[in-house]
Ligand binder design. Structure first.
Ligand code: MTE
Length: 322
């Protein structure tokens, strides 16, 4: 008798207990039954890769927009997420975000602009040509991914709405709807989730308004229908499911700054030399490479985007303005 080790269980090889023809047909029957049950009983997100509408982007010519690192698998990028509106566990967003309704959807442009107004998401999507950008994203928790996003520079929208001279900062306000977002019932953060950028950061060509990834529209758990992506900042600066973009004179408070001011600052640039009060930021775990023997990677200043963004912070004490 031979034994098989499978997912932690040791059991006799089935073909040695039951005559093989009987075993095979029984197995095929079981597989067919299971597949049928899975197709009807499981929610859409659990039935394998999501059927998402294609959303291709042209190759970007923005400096630094196409990193050469191997992209993270689409399965990992859409199943290991932070989206506290759907729960604090990494698996919660993929399991629960099917309740998010991404159409109809509007994004309000408010504050210090000559052209405020409300944009329908499909009009916003067509505002500028869509590009594919392959960015590293480094989470403050110490893991990173490489994701091919689809979108355009936030600067395209900013130019269109004509900020006034008083617009010094941009604030992103994201959806907070208890009916769609079960995580809002837990008091992990003050809702809505808000983020902010200084105007020159918002205007930087690498600052992306993303509508898709991997050539398809964004899965809900990744911030559909529209999110920001700031590749040189810790992932939490990249607000998901944006409903309002406000142009303001004073530096706006952000959700993480308000929640734990001793640990999170406004800028939150990736910086291997400034430790989080509770852990080092010197290295990171690249999702998909984290086998028992794989080494952590050294974290790069500004997540490797220093040539493109370093000058935005020239002369600033980055230990104080973290
Ligand atoms: N946006 C909203 N609205 N809510 C969140 O909880 N989490 C942030 C950011 N944007 C978050 C959010 C954090 S901590 C990270 S690391 C990234 O989203 C993760 O993006 P990803 O799941 O697409 O990799």
């Amino acid at each position: 008798m031979h034994y098989l080790q499978d997912r932690g269980f040791v059991h006799p090889v089935a073909s040695e207990i039951t005559p093989q023809p009987v075993y095979l047909s029984r197995r095929q029957l079981m597989q067919a039954a299971l597949a049928g049950a899975a197709a009807t009983a499981l929610p859409a997100w659990a039935q394998g890769p999501q059927a998402l509408a294609p959303l291709p982007g042209a190759k970007s010519s923005v400096a630094g927009a196409l990193v050469m690192d191997k992209p993270t698998s689409q399965a990992d990028a859409s199943s290991y997420n932070n989206f506290y509106e759907f729960g604090t566990d990494k698996a919660d967003p993929a399991a629960r975000a099917h309740t998010l309704k991404t159409r109809p959807w509007t994004v309000a442009i408010e504050g210090e602009v000559k052209k405020p107004g409300t944009w329908d998401i499909d009009a916003l999507l067509k505002l500028a040509p869509l590009e594919e950008r392959i960015y590293r994203l480094r989470c403050v928790e110490g893991w990173s991914m490489v994701i091919p996003w689809v979108g355009y520079s936030l600067a395209e929208l900013i130019k269109r709405v004509e900020p006034t001279g008083n617009a010094k900062y941009v604030q992103f306000v994201t959806l907070a709807d208890k009916a769609q977002m079960p995580g809002l019932r837990g008091g992990s953060l003050d809702w809505p989730y808000v983020e902010g950028l200084r105007m020159d950061e918002a205007l930087h060509p690498l600052t992306l308004l993303a509508f898709g990834m991997y050539g398809q529209v964004l899965p809900n758990q990744n911030g559909a229908p529209v999110r920001a992506v700031l590749p040189w900042k810790y992932g939490f600066k990249s607000g998901k499911s944006i409903v309002r973009i406000r142009f303001v004179e004073k530096q706006p408070k952000t959700s993480w700054e308000s929640a734990i001011p001793s640990e999170y600052g406004f800028f939150s640039n990736v910086n291997p030399k400034v430790d989080h009060p509770r852990w080092s930021q010197a290295t990171e775990r690249r999702i998909g490479e984290d086998t028992l023997f794989s080494k952590r990677r050294a974290t790069l200043m500004f997540n490797g985007y220093e040539p493109q963004v370093g000058q935005l912070y020239a002369g600033m004490d980055l230990k104080r303005h973290y």
